[in-house]
Write a protein that binds this ligand. Structure first.
Ligand code: AMP
Length: 195
């Protein structure tokens, strides 16, 4: 099954996605992690991506679509995957649909985790303290939130119209939030998941 996971910066997306891939037994395709890895490796992609990540901007669609396309065609994604942080623009969503169509596959469900603005800020400040992610500085966080509103919220609308969007309350204890996610995903995953 193919699951898309979208939620604002600081919502706890990374943590919940790591738990969800264990639960589903599918590869974790985090575009943010893939880009950060390219930056660490100093590749041409990394050099390009760093300029966008540092400023809280989105890496151009064409770059992202190619990156995900290559990964989706790898053998380990045959039984599905969790797309974490992709698609983030409507153009990426359309390109993903087109690509999956040629592979005779489709996105099964899109999970959106909702967290209040106060809680997002609290979690981001905590992450900046613990992980020291460069794009967790105050200016960049504000920019990433604006980008989420202007570019990614329309993606949620895109999937809502296709009846694929499931909103999850992301407030509260991480285990409780994960239980909510599991409840929703089980309805789409049938008997393939472990409990
Ligand atoms: P994330 O770890 O998902 O919060 O992503 C960190 C950063 O990587 C984002 O702020 C963007 O600069 C970049 N990025 C990740 N995924 C995408 C995407 N699908 N499209 C464009 N840029 C992305």
């Amino acid at each position: 099954m193919i699951v898309v996971f979208l939620s604002p910066p600081g919502s706890g997306k990374g943590t919940q996605c790591r738990r969800l891939v264990d639960f589903l037994g599918v590869p974790h395709l985090s575009t943010g992690a893939m880009l950060r890895e390219s930056v660490r490796a100093g590749s041409a992609l990394g050099e390009l991506a760093a300029q966008y990540i540092e400023h809280g901007k989105l890496v151009p669609d064409a770059v992202m679509v190619t990156l995900v396309k290559d990964r989706l065609e790898a053998a380990d994604c045959e039984s599905g995957c969790l797309l974490d942080g992709f698609p983030r623009t409507v153009n990426q969503a359309i390109a993903l649909d087109e690509q999956l169509h040629t592979l005779r596959r489709r996105v099964d469900v899109v999970l959106e985790m909702r967290v209040s603005l106060e809680e997002l800020i609290r979690r981001l400040v905590e992450r900046a303290r613990q992980e020291g992610r460069q794009d967790d500085s105050a200016d960049t966080v504000v920019r990433r939130m604006e980008v989420y509103d202007s570019e990614t919220k329309p993606v949620l609308e895109y999937y809502r119209k296709l009846n694929k969007l499931v909103s999850i309350d992301g407030m509260g204890d991480s285990d409780v939030v994960f239980d909510r996610i599991k409840e929703q995903v089980k309805q789409y995953a049938g008997s393939t998941v472990r409990d």
